[in-house]
Write a protein that binds this ligand. Structure first.
Ligand SMILES: CC(C)(COP(=O)(O)OP(=O)(O)OC[C@H]1O[C@@H](n2cnc3c(N)ncnc32)[C@H](O)[C@@H]1OP(=O)(O)O)[C@@H](O)C(=O)NCCC(=O)NCCS
Length: 169
C-alpha cells in the first residue's frame, strides 16, 4: 500500500470510495460526503488529500481543509471525510491515512486539527473533546481536537461551507 497525495485523475475513484464507505452508515449516506470532497476540490480548499493506493487501486481517502477557531485561529485544519472502501476496512488503511495526514500537518507547523466523528475511533490518534473549541450543532462528544502546539486557539471553529451542505441543497 502506498499513501500518496491525490493526482488529478483520481477524483472519480476517490468519489467512488467515499460513496461506498459511507453508504448505509448511521451517520451518512455517501452522497453528501462525496459532495463535500468535490466541493472542497472545486474550491481549491483541499489542503491535503491523501489516497491509499494498492496496485493503482484507490482503497481509502482522507481530506484535510482549513478550519478557523475564532481566537488565534491560524494553522488549524479539519480532518474529514475519512473513507475506506468496505472490502478494505479493518486492515489498518484508515489508521495509516490519518497518521500520514497528521504528520503532514505537523511538518507544515500546524497548530492543530479538529474532527467530527466517533471518539472511539479518533481517540486512538490523540483527538479529544476540547473544552476551548466548539462546533455549533455537533453531537455531544463528537467534535474533537488534536493540538500540535501550545497556541491559545479557542472559540467556535469555522469550517469550509462545504461542511454545511445538506441533501436538499
Ligand atoms: C472508519 C474507517 C475510516 C476506518 O478505516 P479502517 O481502515 O477500517 O480502520 P483501521 O483498519 O485502520 O482501524 C480499524 C480499527 O478501528 C476500529 N474502528 C473502525 N471503525 C470504527 C468506528 N466507527 N468506531 C470505532 N472504532 C472503529 C476497528 O474496530 C479497529 O479496531 P482495532 O484496531 O482495535 O482492531 C472505515 O471503517 C470507514 O470508511 N467507515 C465508513 C465511513 C466512516 O464512518 N468514516 C468515518 C467517519 S467519522
Amino acid at each position: 500500500m502506498w499513501i500518496r497525495e491525490e493526482s488529478p485523475d483520481d477524483a472519480d475513484a476517490i468519489g467512488a470510495v467515499v460513496l461506498a464507505a459511507f453508504a448505509g452508515t448511521a451517520h451518512g449516506d455517501g452522497r453528501l460526503e462525496t459532495r463535500i470532497v468535490d466541493t472542497l476540490r472545486a474550491d481549491r480548499a483541499l489542503a491535503v488529500s491523501l489516497v491509499a493506493d494498492i496496485d493503482r487501486r484507490i482503497a481509502g481517502h482522507i481530506a484535510l481543509s482549513a478550519a478557523r477557531p475564532s481566537r488565534d485561529g491560524d494553522g488549524w485544519y479539519v480532518l474529514g471525510p475519512v473513507a475506506v472502501a468496505p472490502a478494505d476496512q479493518g486492515h489498518g488503511i484508515g489508521t495509516a491515512l490519518v497518521h500520514a495526514g497528521m504528520r503532514i500537518l505537523q511538518e507544515r507547523q500546524a497548530n492543530g486539527c479538529v474532527v467530527l466523528g466517533d471518539p472511539a475511533y479518533y481517540g486512538r490518534f490523540g483527538f479529544r473533546p476540547d473544552p476551548l473549541l466548539t462546533l455549533p450543532g455537533a453531537p455531544e462528544g463528537a467534535f474533537q481536537a488534536l493540538r500540535f502546539t501550545d497556541a491559545a486557539s479557542a472559540g467556535e471553529v469555522i469550517l469550509h461551507p462545504a461542511f454545511g451542505l445538506h441533501e436538499q441543497d
